[in-house]
Design a binder for this molecule. Sequence first.
Ligand code: GAP
Length: 443
Amino acid sequence: MAKVTLEDIVSLCKRRGFIYQGSEIYGGLAGTWDYGPLGAVLKRNIVNEWLKFFVDGWDDMYLIDSAILMNPKVWEASGHADTFHDPLVECSNCGSRFREDQVDAGKCPNCGKAKTFGKPRQFNMMFKTHIGPVDDEKSISYLRPETAQGMFTNFKNIVDSFSPDLPFGLAQVGRNFRNEISPRDFIFRAREFEIMEFEWFLAEKDWEKYFEKWRGDMHSWFRKLGLDKDRVKEIEVPASDRAHYSKRTIDFYYDFPSLGFDELAGLAYRTDFDLKNHQEHSGKNLEYRPKDGSKPFIPHVIEPTFGVDRHVMAVISNSYSEDEQDGEKRIFLKLPAHLAPVKVAVFPLLKNKPELTKKAREVYKMLKKENEAGMLGPRTTGTVAWDDNGNIGKRYRRQDEIGTPHTITIDFQTLEDNTVTVRSRDTTDQERVRVNEVSKKLS
Ligand code: GAP
């Protein structure tokens, strides 16, 4: 198979209704993307799997959903107001602006002129907005650039309501906003995106033990998504490149088409940096009181963080496959069945034969019911689809490209012996199966 490019992925996503450019009919809006019906379900399946893997299975993990708008003092305490910067350079010839590390060659990527960049200036990436009807200094607020702060600001609430023992975790999945100087590479670097992450609060002495524990679990998570082992690697982030709050960070890189290895997720030891600063700035006591009566202290934190959109991009890239069928190139997505937006598609062989469509409708309804009852394999939001559009070959192509693991065709033989053809996406093998045994075959 020829090397898959980012263009192949972007084109499939648009063609088949996974992801579109944001505000496309108005020429787009840089750094924004809209998920179409299939992308929305794929994304939701990834998030649901993440919740199952990192939250639901644990007694000591608490899911929260905090507000995107936060008191601006949060960002002073967290350090984002002062340090959430990227170095910005401006071309003196054409006025284009770039992040400094993107003009390594010293030539302007827009006009091509060399040596037109002056000294970089620090550009804060938080999106500013105004709360209420008056646009003055006092009404300034920010759209959150990370979900983590909602976990720190609710630490005391959770301790007061649930009295958890240490260690315990607060998890969250939600939207984040960063005014990236140069959004690029499809959904890889956007201005609005989602993060799934959790803060694991612990006693300082335990940080190394749990850092290793979550490091191992993160690898298991990537396997669960079906990502190839040799396409995921760890990078130990040197002190000079670490976020202002971190004493140790490992980034997990995925080998994205065209981009090569780049960040998919991260694991940071945030020490007691955040809680300590929130205690100072808010004046509220954020110490944890051990139940054995020993001295209260501010817990330290390990933070595994995962970019949802980069996960969608990695899963699609990892699944993208090509082969040749009957002398023609075929594109298909080898999505793991538990992530596929459509689990199974039902086809009447011919659209204009009422006896076939009637029987196919019956099978379709039966499978929909069985899917609701969790009988078609892992319980996700994947649906049963109906497709009678175009010839069978075209329908196979369509379903292969969106990663539907199986398709079912109702033909004239079905009317005689109540069997259907079940076709596998990956092998294209076809098999006759009795209607009442289809769910067993798919699960
Ligand atoms: N609370 C820690 C934190 O926010 P981060 O490394 O800045 O850490 C978390 O972001 C994850 O979000 C990254 O590992 C990456 O997958 C994703 N991410 C970061 N910036 C992004 C952007 N501009 N567009 C899409 N995803 C992004």
